[in-house]
Design a protein around this ligand. Structure first.
Ligand SMILES: CCCCC/C=C/C(=O)SCCNC(=O)CCNC(=O)[C@H](O)C(C)(C)COP(=O)(O)OP(=O)(O)OC[C@H]1O[C@@H](n2cnc3c(N)ncnc32)[C@H](O)[C@@H]1OP(=O)(O)O
Ligand SMILES: NC(=O)C1=CN([C@@H]2O[C@H](COP(=O)(O)OP(=O)(O)OC[C@H]3O[C@@H](n4cnc5c(N)ncnc54)[C@H](OP(=O)(O)O)[C@@H]3O)[C@@H](O)[C@H]2O)C=CC1
Length: 291
């Protein structure tokens, strides 16, 4: 077996005999999560729409497997209920259990809200909210209700909204709220559910998703990050490994921001254009702002 490049800070064998599903596990952040989990002994099922990318990633991932861990890849569009049902049943047939579900598959396109077509809105809501819900529900129905588990949802920093990403910001906030609900509703099933909100994380596929604007938009956003750099995919996978680990055994219903403090700083990647402000409400001319 060739040498794995993974350098996890977590103890070797931490996830020995454990099994994870990572949606979108063939690229970017999802691939890093899959590799770190496999390196820690976890058997991993990666699932997304594009078979070729998945197969290539699974081959690379096999090198990272440790202590009996195995890797499996399967095509799954998380927007399709039947696909998701099969993803979970196939995982159980193959590996006999399901300890971790990482809902990482997702994304969006840049678009002003008023230009957005219903089809585009629905595509993003169905991917990021409904797809995540279907994966969570199916993991619960088929395994976690009786056996417990840890669920991690990759969201984005949508607390203050995100102009040009109205669809995705709405969907991600809904996922955070869903996670809080289920942390309570399923606590007695011994299920923990948390979110990780990445800041601006560099990967080739993430940049490519925005076409010709991608490089420029990413570069422009760097100036708004207090840490003055992009995050690395490994910095997200480490957060996910922590949330799956026993060290996070009392952490549930939370969102962990891994973002170089961007969520505390210039959180809007959008400048309000110049315009003639409204008069506002006042009783007397003397109360009108003079400055
Ligand atoms: C900018 C700084 C960002 C920093 C933070 C980074 C955040 C990240 O999340 S990076 C990760 C990026 N990766 C992805 O987004 C990957 C997944 N994305 C997708 O698969 C698509 O973007 C998707 C969510 C729209 C789903 O794709 P799909 O189901 O294949 O949908 P279609 O391509 O067929 O499009 C359906 C519909 O959506 C509208 N639409 C799509 N692209 C655009 C666009 N660029 N502008 C405006 N509208 C768009 C459109 O209505 C499409 O239908 P048609 O009208 O029939 O084309
Ligand atoms: N990079 C960043 O700065 C940030 C990323 N995020 C989020 O992190 C996650 C990973 O993004 P990142 O790795 O950067 O970008 P990628 O574009 O590399 O990852 C997106 C992944 O989602 C999969 N995916 C998309 N739609 C579906 C679907 N319907 N069914 C199954 N899988 C799907 C894609 O695979 P396929 O095309 O094969 O289906 C792909 O593997 C995404 O949810 C993203 O929005 C959040 C904040 C910031």
């Amino acid at each position: 077996m060739a040498n794995s490049a993974v350098k996890s800070v977590f103890a070797p064998g931490l996830f020995k005999s454990r099994v994870a599903i990572v949606t979108g596990g063939g690229t970017g952040i999802g691939q890093a999560i899959s590799r770190e989990l496999a390196h820690l002994g976890c058997s991993v099922v990666i699932a997304s729409r594009k078979a070729d990318r998945l197969a290539a990633a699974a081959e690379k991932l096999a090198v990272d497997c440790r202590e009996g861990a195995r890797v499996h890849h399967t095509v799954c569009n998380i927007r399709q209920e039947a696909d998701v049902q099969r993803l979970v049943s196939e995982t159980l047939d193959k590996f006999g259990r399901l300890d971790f579900l990482v809902n990482n598959g997702g994304g969006q396109f840049v678009c002003p809200a008023s230009d957005m077509k219903l089809k585009g809105w629905n595509a993003v809501i169905e991917t990021n909210l409904t797809g995540t819900f279907l994966c969570i529900r199916e993991a619960h129905r088929q395994w976690m209700k009786r056996n417990g588990g840890s669920i991690v949802n990759i969201v984005m920093d949508a607390y203050k909204g995100w102009p040009m990403f109205a669809h995705s910001a709405a969907a991600r906030s809904a996922v955070e709220n869903l996670s809080k609900t289920l942390a309570v509703e399923w606590a007695s099933d011994r299920i923990r559910i948390n979110c990780v909100a990445p800041g601006i994380i560099y990967s080739e596929t993430a940049v490519a998703n925005y076409g010709e604007q991608g490089r420029e938009v990413f570069l422009r956003s760097k100036a708004r990050v207090p840490a003055r750099r992009f995050g690395h995919v490994e910095e997200i996978s480490a957060a996910v490994a922590f949330l799956c680990s026993p060290a996070a055994g009392y952490v549930t219903g939370q969102t962990l921001y891994v973002d170089g403090a961007v969520s505390l700083y210039r959180t809007q990647f959008f400048d309000v254009p110049e315009f003639e402000p409204a008069e506002g409400w006042y009783w007397e001319e003397s109360s009108k702002a003079k400055l």
